[in-house]
Design a protein around this ligand. Structure first.
Ligand SMILES: Cc1cc2nc3c(=O)[nH]c(=O)nc-3n(C[C@H](O)[C@H](O)[C@H](O)COP(=O)(O)OP(=O)(O)OC[C@H]3O[C@@H](n4cnc5c(N)ncnc54)[C@H](O)[C@@H]3O)c2cc1C
Ligand SMILES: *[C@@H]1O[C@H](CO)[C@@H](O)[C@H](O)[C@H]1NC(C)=O
Length: 449
């Protein structure tokens, strides 16, 4: 340590790298972020700022920026694929505000990225672009760059995404195999400028602060307005067909161009609203990628190096918690550094792992260890996926019936976790930072032999 302030290197400037840099610099660390891309930017897509994310952004003084750029959804309307028939409605406002003290927003990822980046700059975080890390030296707590230079730190954080090299190296050390798994689903994603939509009626629908989900066999669509109601975000989940095999390649996962005619083909026969929306998607804005996830890792830390975000819990979009869990990682890491100031970094990281790993995996990863009937240990994303994609038939009818019942407030547990109150309390109501603070001594004792 030099001059009392902890030197931290963050690898990767995605949403998790930025939030980690911000959280740690706010706790007095001297943070440098290395990003391999030439430019700092985010992909054009929407992201949900759920209550558990907003609580943390608020503690960083950023809530008012979110309210300027984001949209508060009043409700989510679930519709049937072929005729727009309403299957269920999930009220968000004012219910969310009343129960959790925060609303829930949706926002353009680029807006969230800019808000975090500016906050980092104000904190004096240093960014190096065009700076690819080739290797981490775990013994020396040092990164080795593509250009041959090396940089030493007291703490290194791997925020390098789903194909993390830091994770790979950590696993090699522990002789562990790790494979990304293809889920069998792919995602088309597009953003429409609402002003450019010819139909006035459709423009009106798109501007409403409402999320819409269409459910069909093996497919679903999620749609909502972003950027203060000027843009419309569309996500189409469908079975993987001939999308380029991007596992193992080096190009960013999200930027493969999708074909509009393939998209039309996939959603042929869906309601006229759906096909009108597809007709409004401009050329060249459609992206496609295969959804991957992974089994839970055995560890997120080694020595003075920790993983955060998609590098250690790649997530499926069905419950929209990937970025939220990444931001929880960042906040908890910052809190641990603050609470256990003066302790060896490797011990602090052990507490970080205990405090974060189970929760993040419950929220995001398909778990092999889930116990039957115990909602809290089920992997929510995968369970939700199954429930969303029933073919028309008895299971679909039963699901739709349950949704109606949930809508009428008669039921508190449902396989679609959007509808499940217990799951929502666990996801949104739990304050991770407060939890660490309250369990300060207990957590420390739990990692000491
Ligand atoms: C379709 C879809 C929808 C989603 N919707 C939501 C949602 O609504 N809400 C939500 O919370 N989450 C959502 N997520 C998940 C969320 O996007 C991610 O979990 C989140 O962005 C965290 O990303 P990250 O920063 O860990 O990784 P990334 O965004 O992948 O960032 C990693 C960064 O590291 C850099 N990098 C990689 N290797 C190196 C290296 N060797 N040297 C230097 N730099 C390197 C990369 O260039 C990149 O900039 C969604 C995901 C998908 C696929
Ligand atoms: C932060 O670290 C860098 C590189 O180690 C150093 O040049 C800089 O002076 C440090 N800044 C502060 C405020 O300590």
């Amino acid at each position: 340590m030099e001059g009392g302030s902890l030197r931290v290197i963050v690898i990767g400037a995605g949403l998790s790298g930025l939030s980690t840099a911000l959280a740690l610099s706010k706790k007095g660390c001297n943070v440098t972020v290395f990003e391999r891309a030439k430019e700092l930017k985010e992909v054009g897509a929407g992201v949900q700022v759920s209550v558990n994310m907003l609580r943390i952004l608020d503690s960083w003084g950023l809530a008012h920026h979110i309210s300027t750029d984001g949209v508060i959804l009043r409700k989510i309307v679930v519709r049937r694929w072929e005729d727009d028939r309403v299957l269920g409605e999930q009220m968000i406002m004012p219910w969310m505000q009343d129960r959790y003290n925060y609303p829930s927003y949706v926002i353009h990822r680029a807006d969230l990225f800019r808000i975090l980046f500016k906050a980092c700059e104000e904190q004096g975080v240093r960014f190096k672009t065009n700076a690819r890390v080739d290797r981490v030296d775990f013994e020396a707590t040092r990164v080795e760059m593509e250009d041959g230079s090396t940089h030493e730190a007291d703490l290194i954080v791997g925020a390098d995404g789903i194909r993390s090299i830091v994770r790979q190296q950590m696993q090699e050390i522990h002789r562990e195999e790790h494979q990304l798994r293809k889920t069998g689903d792919s995602v088309y994603r597009a953003i429409i400028d609402i002003e450019s939509v010819p139909s006035e009626q459709l423009r009106g629908l798109m501007r409403e602060p409402i999320g819409t989900r269409w459910l069909g066999e093996s497919r679903h669509i999620m749609a909502y307005p972003i950027r203060a109601g000027r843009l419309y975000n569309l996500v189409f989940i469908h079975p993987t067909k001939d999308t380029p095999d991007d596992a193992g390649s080096d190009v960013p996962l999200w930027t493969t161009k999708g074909s509009l005619s393939d998209l039309r083909e996939e959603f042929r026969g869906w309601s006229s609203t759906v096909s009108q929306l597809i007709d409004c998607i401009p050329r060249d804005v459609l992206t496609v990628w295969n959804l991957c996830d992974s089994a839970p890792l055995s560890r997120w830390i080694h020595g003075s190096v920790a993983l955060v975000g998609d590098s250690c819990h790649p997530t499926l979009p069905y419950v929209a918690q990937g970025a939220a869990q990444a931001i929880e990682d960042a906040a908890v890491l910052g809190e641990c550094i603050d609470l256990y100031r003066g302790d060896p970094i490797r011990n602090i990281l052990k507490v970080f792992q205990v405090a974060r790993k189970n929760r993040a995996e419950r929220m995001t990863v398909r778990s092999a260890r889930c116990r039957e009937g115990d909602v809290s240990t089920q992997a929510s994303a995968q369970a939700t996926r199954t429930a969303l994609h029933h073919a028309d038939g008895p299971e679909q009818e039963e699901r739709d019936k349950q949704m109606r019942a949930a809508m009428e407030g008669q039921k508190t547990s449902h396989s679609d976790h959007w509808m499940d109150m217990k799951k929502q309390d666990e996801m949104y109501g739990f304050d991770v930072v407060k939890d660490v603070r309250e369990r300060r001594d207990e957590l420390k004792a739990s990692v000491e032999e």
